[in-house]
Design a protein around this ligand. Structure first.
Ligand SMILES: *Cc1c(COP(=O)(O)O)cnc(C)c1O
Length: 394
C-alpha cells in the first residue's frame, strides 16, 4: 500500500486533514470514506488480491486514516492501533533484552507502568530522567541505549522538552527518539519534522476529540522503520476496527479548529486563575511565568489546552475545588470538546510510586484541567464556584 500520497506538500493543515487519503470512493462516489466492516477480501485467483487480504494486516478505512495522519505529521507513514498503549507496546517490541531506554521522569502513568511492570520483565532496562534538562539525558546514555522516550509538554506538569536537542543526542548515539505527542497534536507540534524517529499518540484524546473512541497512532520518519513497525503492527495485531478508524478520520477534520479554541480557552482559564487566593500555582506554557515559554514558542505553534494548577490545602482543597465544579467533569482522560478535571495523584498517576510522584512534583493539591471548547465565560464562572468552595474550607 502507498502510505504517503504525493501532492500534499504546500497544502494547509486542514486541507490535508479533510482530503489526504480521502478521495471519493471509486464504486459509488461516496464522498466520505466508507466503514469497511469486513475481516477478509475475495481474491480473483489464488494470491491475486487488490492490496487487501485480511483486516488485521490492512483495512481500507484504516489505510485512509493512516494516510491522513502521515500527511498531518509530515511523516513517511503512520500506523493505527487499538489504543495509545497498544501503539506504545508495539513500539517497545522493536527492542531486545539488554537494550537500555532513557525515558522522561514526568510520563503518562500508563507509559511508566508499561515500561516498569511489563517491558522491565523482558530484560529491557529503563532510566527515568528530567528530560527538560538535556545534560541529564546526555549523562544517562550507556553503550546499550537504543531508545529515548520523551513527552512534551509533559503530563501533568507541562514541562517542555527541547525536541531538537533530544534528536541530536539520540542520533549521536544511534538510538531511536520516540516522542509522545498526545498533548500537542500535529497541529501544534510535529516531532518528526524536528528530528524524532516516531511520534506516538493516544488518539483517544485530541485527535479523536469527542471522548467517544480509544485509539493510538504512531507516525514514523523513515521507510525502513515504517516497514519494521508495520511488520510488528501485523504480527502483534493490536489494531483498531474500521468503525473507530472512521470516527477518528472524522475527528481529524476539525482538529485545527478545536485546538485553536482549546488554546484560547486555556489561556483565558490560566490568566483567570493566576494569582487567585487559594491557587498556589498555575502551570501553562503560554503564561509569561512559565520558565520554558520561549522553548515552547520555538518548537510549537501554540500552547495547547491543558492547564495544571495546585490548590492550597492538599487533598482536601482539591476535593472541595473539584467537587464544586459543574462543567469541568471529574474524569480521567483529556482532549475532548468538554472540559474535564483530573486529580493526578489519585486518578491518572496512581500507578506511579508515591516517592517518584513527589520527586517529580505531583503533589496532592495538583489538579489537571483539560479545558474544552465551551464558551469561556461559562468556564470561568464554573471555576469561580470551585474557588468559592476552596476558600470556604480554609
Ligand atoms: C492517554 C495517554 C496515553 C495512553 O493512551 P490510551 O489511548 O489511553 O491507551 C499515552 N500517553 C499520553 C500522554 C496519554 O495522555
Amino acid at each position: 500500500m502507498a502510505h504517503q500520497e504525493p501532492g500534499w506538500d504546500g497544502a494547509g493543515f486542514t486541507t490535508r486533514a479533510i482530503h489526504a487519503g480521502q478521495d471519493p470512493e471509486a464504486t459509488t462516489g461516496s464522498v466520505i470514506v466508507p466503514i469497511y466492516q469486513t475481516s477478509t477480501y475475495a481474491q480473483e485467483d489464488i494470491g491475486a488480491h487488490r492490496g487487501f487480504e485480511y483486516s488485521r494486516t490492512d483495512n481500507p478505512t484504516r489505510s485512509a486514516l493512516q494516510t491522513a495522519m502521515a500527511a498531518l505529521d509530515g511523516a513517511h507513514g503512520s500506523l493505527a492501533f487499538g489504543s495509545g498503549m497498544a501503539a506504545e507496546a508495539t513500539i517497545m517490541a522493536l527492542l531486545q533484552p539488554g537494550d537500555h531506554v532513557i525515558a522522561s521522569d514526568d510520563l503518562y502513568g500508563g507509559s511508566y507502568r508499561l515500561f516498569d511492570k511489563v517491558f522491565g520483565r523482558y530484560g529491557i532496562v529503563f532510566d527515568f530522567v528530567d528530560a527538560s534538562r538535556p545534560p541529564e539525558v546526555e549523562r544517562a546514555f550507556t553503550a546499550e541505549t537504543r531508545m529515548v522516550w520523551i513527552e512534551s509538554p509533559t503530563n501533568p506538569l507541562l514541562k517542555i522538552v527541547d525536541l531538537s536537542a533530544m534528536a541530536r543526542l539520540a542520533q549521536g548515539a544511534g538510538a531511536l527518539l520516540v516522542v509522545d505527542n498526545t498533548f500537542a497534536t500535529p497541529y501544534l507540534q510535529r516531532p518528526v519534522e524536528l528530528g524524532a524517529d516516531i511520534a506516538v499518540y493516544s488518539a483517544t484524546k485530541y485527535l479523536g476529540g469527542h471522548s467517544d473512541l480509544v485509539m493510538g497512532i504512531a507516525s514514523v520518519a523513515s521507510e525502513e522503520l515504517y516497514h519494521r513497525l508495520k511488520f510488528h503492527q501485523n504480527a502483534i495485531g493490536a489494531v483498531p476496527g474500521p468503525m473507530d478508524s472512521w470516527l477518528l478520520l472524522r475527528g481529524l477534520k476539525t482538529l485545527a479548529l478545536r485546538m485553536e479554541r482549546h488554546e484560547r480557552n486555556a489561556l483565558g482559564v490560566a490568566r483567570y486563575l493566576e494569582g487567585q487566593k487559594g491557587i498556589e500555582r498555575v502551570i501553562y506554557p503560554g503564561l509569561a511565568a512559565h520558565p520554558q515559554r520561549e522553548l515552547a514558542a520555538r518548537q510549537m505553534a501554540g500552547y495547547g489546552g491543558i492547564v495544571t494548577i495546585e490548590v492550597a490545602g492538599g487533598i482536601d482543597g482539591a476535593r472541595a475545588f473539584m467537587g464544586a465544579l459543574r462543567l469541568f467533569v471529574t474524569a480521567e482522560s483529556l482532549g475532548g470538546v468538554e472540559s474535564l478535571a483530573d486529580h493526578p495523584a489519585i486518578m491518572t498517576h496512581a500507578s506511579v510510586p508515591p516517592e517518584l510522584r513527589e520527586a517529580a512534583g505531583i503533589s496532592d493539591g495538583l489538579i489537571r484541567l483539560s479545558v474544552g471548547i465551551e464558551d469561556e465565560p461559562d468556564l470561568l464562572q464554573d471555576l469561580d464556584r470551585g474557588l468559592q468552595a476552596l476558600l470556604s474550607t480554609q
